[in-house]
Structures are given as C-alpha cells and as structure tokens.
Design a protein around this ligand. Structure first.
Ligand SMILES: Nc1nc2c(c(=O)[nH]1)N[C@H]1C(S)=C(S)[C@@H](COP(=O)(O)OP(=O)(O)OC[C@H]3O[C@@H](n4cnc5c(=O)[nH]c(N)nc54)[C@H](O)[C@@H]3O)O[C@H]1N2
Ligand SMILES: Nc1nc2c(c(=O)[nH]1)N[C@H]1C(S)=C(S)[C@@H](COP(=O)(O)OP(=O)(O)OC[C@H]3O[C@@H](n4cnc5c(=O)[nH]c(N)nc54)[C@H](O)[C@@H]3O)O[C@H]1N2
Ligand code: SF4
Ligand SMILES: [Mo]
Length: 697
C-alpha cells in the first residue's frame, strides 16, 4: 500500500489528508497526522472514494451540439477543446476587448492560477463565489479592523467562551476547527449558540438562543447596550483601540434587552446573564462573526456588530479570541512568488463596478451577481464570455431561470468541473477537471496562528480523460499565445517558480502536504498594534463607509416581510448545511447519497398541527411557480416564522441518476433573488424570500 500526503477537495476547507492506494485504487483516506488531524476526516472527506469511482461525471471534454441545457454533446479531444475555446475567446476579445471575458471560481487558496490566467489575457474580471457566501463578513471585518475576515484567526483551542451566531460548526464542518472547539470544551470552554432552529451544535451548547430569523442585528445591538450599560466591557482596551466609542454608546441606548426580547423573541433576563458570562471569560471570548452570511439585507451589520462586541470584550487580537492572523513575513519567511505577478494588473475598470462605482467593496474577487448585471445590460461594457471554474452559480446564486436568461447574452459559457452541475449542463463547453485525488495543485499559503505552505499531490493517475487545473490553464494560455503562463510544461516548474527565494524545495513537502512556517503559534502584542483602518483604530464609524454614503450604525429594521396579498400563510425560507453533504455537489455521490438521499422541510409543531401536517408527511413547498414535494420534519425547535431545508437538493439533471428528483431546491424558491442584496456588505440576501407549504395530496 502506498501513502500520498495530499489535500482534500471535497469541500472548500481543504484539510491535509493521507491517501492510501493499492493497485491503482484508493483504499482509504485519513486526516493527515503531520497536519495535526490525527487521522480524522469528515464523512465527505472519506467519501472521496465515491467521487473517484463514479462514472456519472464528465469523462471527456464536451462541446455542446444542441440548445443550451438540452444535454446534447459531442465528445472532443483536449486539443480540439482547447482550440475551440481558444478560437471563440480570440474572436470575442477581438470584437469586444479582453475585458469582455469573465471568470468565477470557488475562492480559497488556489486562485492565484486563475488570476494569472485572467491577467494573461488582460481581463480585470476575475470573480469568486463569495457574493453568495462570506462577502458580508469580509467587508464587515474591513470596515471595523481594516483587515479582511481572514485577517483574524479563530483561536478556538484557547477560548473560554465561544458564541456561534448563524454558525453551525459541528455540521458545517471544518475538521481542524471542530477538533479545536471540542478540546476547548473539554477544558471548560462554554458554548453559546444563536440560531433559528436547534442544530447538533445547539444541542451541545450551554446557552441556546432560538431567535426570530433576520433579527440578529437587533440582538447584537442589545448585547452592546447591555455590555456598556452594565459596565461589562473592557474599558482599558476600548480607550486604546476604539474610535468613536461614545457614538456607539449613544446609538445603542434605545436597544435594551427588553426591546430585543420583543424583536428577537428572547427572554430579556437571559441576555443580561449571558453578557455577564461573556465579561467573565473576556478576553478569551470568541464571538464568531459568521461564515455563510448571504442571508439578509442587513447581514453585514450583524457581522459588523459581532466584531464590535469582540472589541468591547478585548478579544480582537487576543489569545483565545480573534487573534491576528500571521502570514509568511510574520515568520521571517519569504512568501510564495505569485503566478499573477507574471503579468501586470489590467488597468481596465471591473464590469461589476467594484473598486470604482462601489468603492467600499474589496476589488479582489468582486461581486459575481453584479458582473451578471453587466452581462445582462452590457453596462459598463459588454461581457460575452464566462468561464465557471469549480463553481456552480446556477445552484449557488438565486433564481436559475433569471440567470439562464442573462446567459443568453453570452457568446461562450465554459465550465471546468470534476462533476456535473447545473452550470456545466447549461454550458457550451465542459472541460473535465481531474478529481483532487488525481491532480496536483499549485502550492498555496494558509495564514493563521501557525501559517503554512501546502501542496496537493496526485495520489493516482486520472481515470478518465480529465486534466489538472494547471494543465487546463497553461494549455489555454498556450492556445491564446498569452505569454509566460503557457511556458510552464510541468507542475514541478510551477512549484519551483512559486518557491523561488523561500529556501524551500519540493522535497520539503514529502513528509506531509504542509510545511509549517513557525513551530509555535505567534500572537501579536496588542499594546503596540495599529489597525489597518484609515484612523489606525477599530472604527465604530467607518471612514470608508461614510465616504460611500453608507451608514456605519443604521437604526434596526425588521427583515423584509411577505408582500403577497392572497391571504395564504407564508414562511421565510431558511437554509443551511448538514455534515453529510457539500453544497449541491455531493448529493449524487454514491456513498453520501446512500447515507442521505434527500432533504426534509423543518416546520414548527404548532404551525404544522394547524395545517394538519404530521412528522414524516409529504409536503409541497412552493414559491413563484417552483414547487417540490418532500417529507416534513415537524419539530418544536425551529422558529414559527420560517421553514428550514438543507441546501443542494432538488437536482434535475438526467445524468445524475441518484440525485435526480429528490428533495427541494432552496435556490429555486428565490425568484428575483439576484436583485436582493446587502448594499453595505455586497452579498445577496437569500433569506428575504417566502414560501407556502401544504400537505401533498
Ligand atoms: N458539511 C459541510 N460543511 C461545510 C459546507 C458544506 O457544504 N457541508 N460548506 C462550507 C461552506 S462553503 C460554508 S460557507 C460554511 C457555512 O457554515 P455555516 O454558516 O455555519 O453553515 P449554515 O448551515 O449555512 O448556517 C449556519 C446556521 O445559520 C442558521 N440561521 C439561518 N438563519 C438565521 C438567522 O436569521 N439567525 C441566526 N442566528 N441563525 C440563522 C441556520 O439554521 C444554520 O444552522 O460551511 C462550510 N462547511
Ligand atoms: N440557496 C442557497 N444558495 C447557496 C447556499 C445555500 O445554502 N443555499 N450556500 C452558499 C455558499 S455558503 C456557497 S460557498 C456557495 C457554493 O457554491 P459553489 O461554489 O458553486 O458550490 P460547490 O458545490 O462547492 O462547488 C462547486 C462546483 O465545482 C465542482 N468542482 C469541480 N472541481 C471541484 C473540486 O476540486 N472540489 C470541489 N469541492 N468541487 C469541485 C463541483 O462539482 C460543483 O459543481 O453557494 C452558496 N449558495
Ligand atoms: S472538512 Fe471534510 S470535506 Fe472539507 S476538506 Fe476537510 S475532510 Fe474534506
Ligand atoms: Mo460558503
């Protein structure tokens, strides 16, 4: 049996793994021991074997011969596929300019390669998935600390009190984080959960607040009010680090615990007890600012106030709180050489308006739904080609029908993917990516208390006619005569380029996929720390937001209400993850499908009784012309205003025989959803939608 140290690719977390192979088969996948995971992976990580052996995925390059979405393809060689895509791109760029090409990916540690490709053709329009995930948290972090969301690290291991607000850590898994929190809890760390339903995480919490959906900003304002009114905050830290503390204290005065009790449906007395507990544990308090926060039009402010609460408790920068993230240079180590630096940054304006029309957003990965606006309107200029790399916007962004209409304006839609997805099925060309077990990736850097470089190696040869991402992008660059990127012929050449000047060699990655850049965690001295905001302080009133005419502390407003007037009862749609699936792309995985073939609709017992729905009954969930039938999960522990479902189900592709037709697709219940977004944080607001539920006949 052979062991390859590599990096999991079943979700975005990218845990270090050990892949055991024998006779060209994967025998087992375990969490990397040198990587600190002691053998543990999550169920999805273990089910990578299912992905590898599944024939229900694109096996060769495919070029569409029927209408978009019709599923008629001709198989092509890679040479043909490259030349087809290359010719199309050349023609489009000749007519509309390089900037008419858009690419989106799934973010994470590897986009340097994709950015390099976009620069190689001279387009500024690189986007990632984050408009439907964590952009609100990221922008909230920037507005308070001047650092992005990854500029601070969750030091769960050393925390004394962890607060998870809209964060289901034991089911929306990051294996390292789960292990850290478990060991902290064994050492007495308290856990508080704020959610609209009971989760596995809530079941392990010392405090659980079941709140009304969409009222978290109100909850947080009341926490700030209570911390200040009862002198439970760290006055010394605040005087050193805060700008405009007095404005905050004045602003939160009306938002008392009694006020929040009504707005959020909570007990006012518990809020004071909770705040006293926080003060007791400070500064080793970690109030998680959220991860998937593309939920409400004010989610940005939920995350923003979460950062301010951490600040009031002195936990921003503290051990056991949100400690400052280190990069290579904090370890006196030269960083990786960026592939993007092979080319100058294109100086064209971005199609999504980020960085010139919307100056308060981070130009890095832009905002995909606004780039779609450019495809739709040809403003500020036409966007005619779209490459989706490891990204399924038709399922990840709301309203697939509206998106397909927008895509009619494209002359070329390409999907690069290791499995079928709605977007791949709707594409003109599908370029099959080797699974993560069959491909190498560029070396990546992961910041943290102990930053590291890591390398994905292929554990075995590709089973089908697929290529690694570096092979695809260097191939396309060669086809387009796009300079240096196309000159790399092997992954070793790329790795050596990235490692130049670091003193490290490829061999250093042999004993584990990761090379740690420091032995011990590095904590910054917060007495001398300057925040990266214009004022150098934690900004209650953000200069950047003020310049964009956006309120740093807007008055609380309830989330959007149902505007239908037909008298039918409607529920707010709420979604989330489960431990067994990753978004929508594992639902057809033979192993994971067997364990969880469909989703259910969670509904409160009292409401269900009124509607004659019993646990396990089939119910029909509908909104704006979409409806699907699945089982009801009748429960006491969900807020009455909403129904909940696991995201990613309701597949309709004939090539996915297992997932086909099972469960409800939450994203299809969000008609008009591309137009509903958080103007301060940038992300789409996917829970501002309402559905009807009735017993299925
Ligand atoms: N197993 C698994 N793990 C994953 C993923 C996966 O697909 N599968 N995906 C990864 C990714 S991309 C992400 S972004 C993270 C997401 O990680 P999380 O954001 O933690 O995951 P979710 O389940 O989307 O949402 C967390 C909780 O928010 C609650 N919630 C919904 N509305 C409200 C509200 O108004 N107020 C409050 N307080 N709570 C609310 C939901 O009930 C849910 O339990 O998970 C990552 N890890
Ligand atoms: N309605 C609704 N919409 C949502 C969410 C929701 O809960 N409800 N969740 C939101 C969140 S948090 C996020 S992050 C986005 C995610 O949205 P996406 O990023 O689109 O979701 P994924 O399923 O992670 O993956 C990407 C696609 O890439 C393909 N793929 C190709 N290669 C790889 C690989 O090496 N690894 C992996 N893992 N996939 C590969 C997968 O097969 C899949 O089709 O969706 C968001 N949209
Ligand atoms: S959390 Fe699970 S699926 Fe995600 S990278 Fe880690 S082991 Fe893989
Ligand atoms: Mo996400």
């Amino acid at each position: 049996m052979e062991k390859t140290y590599s990096i999991c690719g079943m979700c975005t977390v990218r845990c270090p793994i050990e892949v055991f192979t024998e006779n060209g088969q994967v025998v087992n996948i375990e969490g990397s021991r040198p990587g600190g995971l002691d053998g543990s992976v999550c169920p999805r990580g273990a089910a990578g074997v299912g992905l590898l052996n599944d024939p229900e995925k694109p096996q060769k390059p495919l070029i569409r011969v029927g209408e978009r979405g019709e599923g008629k393809w001709r198989e092509a060689t890679w040479e043909e596929a490259f030349s087809y895509v290359g010719d199309k791109l050349k023609n489009i760029m000749a007519e509309y300019g390089s900037k008419s090409v858009l690419m989106s990916d799934r973010g994470g540690p590897f986009p340097d390669l994709h950015k390099a490709f976009m620069r190689s053709i001279g387009s500024p329009n690189y986007c990632n998935h984050d408009a439907s995930c964590a952009r609100n948290v990221h922008h909230a972090a920037q507005s308070v600390m001047g650092l992005g969301r990854k500029g601070v690290s969750y030091d769960l291991k050393n925390a004394k009190h962890v607060i998870l607000q809209s964060r289901n850590i034991f089911e929306a898994v990051n294996v390292g984080e789960v292990n850290q929190l478990m060991s902290a809890m064994e050492n007495g760390c308290r856990l508080s959960v704020i959610d609209v339903r009971s989760t596995v995480t809530a079941s392990k919490a010392h405090n659980f607040f079941l709140v009304k959906p969409g009222t978290d900003y109100g909850f947080n304002l009341a926490v700030i009010n209570t911390l200040i009114a009862h002198n439970l905050y760290d006055a010394d830290y605040v005087s050193r680090h805060f700008k405009d503390f007095d404005a905050l204290a004045e602003f939160v005065k009306p938002y008392t615990a009694q006020w929040a009790a009504k707005v959020c449906d909570i007990d006012p007395d518990r809020l004071l007890v909770f705040c006293r507990e926080l003060a007791k544990a400070a500064p080793r308090v970690l109030w998680h600012p959220g991860w998937n926060t593309a939920r409400f039009k004010d989610s940005f402010y939920v995350s923003r106030t979460a950062y301010l609460i951490n600040g009031l408790l002195g936990s921003l920068g503290a051990k056991g709180g949100l400690a400052i993230t280190n990069k290579a240079k904090d370890c006196n180590q030269k960083g990786l050489t960026a592939l993007a630096d092979l080319y100058p940054k294109p100086d064209e304006k971005r199609a999504d308006g980020v960085g010139w029309k919307y100056n308060h957003f981070d130009a890095g990965p832009g905002l995909l739904h606004l780039a779609f606006k450019a495809i739709e309107t040809a403003e500020p200029y036409p966007v005619k080609a779209y490459i989706a790399f490891r990204h399924d916007p038709l399922m990840a962004l709301p309203d697939p029908e509206a998106q397909k209409k927008i895509f009619e304006n494209l002359d070329l839609l390409v999907s690069i993917t290791f499995s079928w997805s709605d977007t791949a099925w709707h594409s003109d060309v599908v370029l099959p990516l080797s699974t993560y077990l069959e491909r190498e990736s560029i070396i990546a850097h992961k910041g943290g208390l102990k930053p590291k470089f890591f390398m994905r190696k292929r554990a075995l040869a590709p089973r089908y006619d697929s290529l690694a991402d570096w092979e695809i992008f260097t191939g396309l660059a060669r086809e387009l005569d796009a300079g240096k990127l196309g000159e790399f012929k092997t992954i070793e050449e790329i790795w050596n380029y990235q490692l130049q000047g670091t003193g490290l060699t490829i061999d250093d990655f042999d004993n584990g996929a990761q090379v740690p850049l420091t032995k011990d965690p590095i904590y910054h001295d917060m007495d001398s720390f300057t925040w990266k905001t214009p004022s150098g302080k934690l900004e209650v009133i953000s200069e950047k937001l003020s310049k964009a005419d956006i309120d740093s502390l807007p008055p609380y407003k309830d989330p959007d209400q149902d505007t239908n007037t037909d008298g039918e009862k409607r529920f707010r749609v709420v979604f989330g993850r489960c431990a067994l699936h990753t978004q929508g792309h594992t639902v057809n995985n033979p192993l994971l499908h067997e364990m969880m073939p469909t989703n259910t609709v969670w509904i409160h017992t009292d409401v269900a009784r009124e509607m004659g729905i019993r646990d396990g009954d089939s119910v029909e969930v509908s909104s704006n012309g979409y409806s699907a039938v699945t089982g009801a999960n009748v429960t006491d522990v969900i807020h009455r205003d909403c129904v909940f479902m696991i995201h990613g189900f309701g597949h309709k592709l004939p090539v996915e025989s297992r997932a086909f037709g099972k469960g409800v697709a939450d994203h299809e219940l969000m008609k008009g959803g591309l137009e509903k977004w958080d103007k301060a944080g940038g992300a789409v607001a996917m829970q501002e939608h309402f559905v009807t539920v009735k017993k299925a006949s």
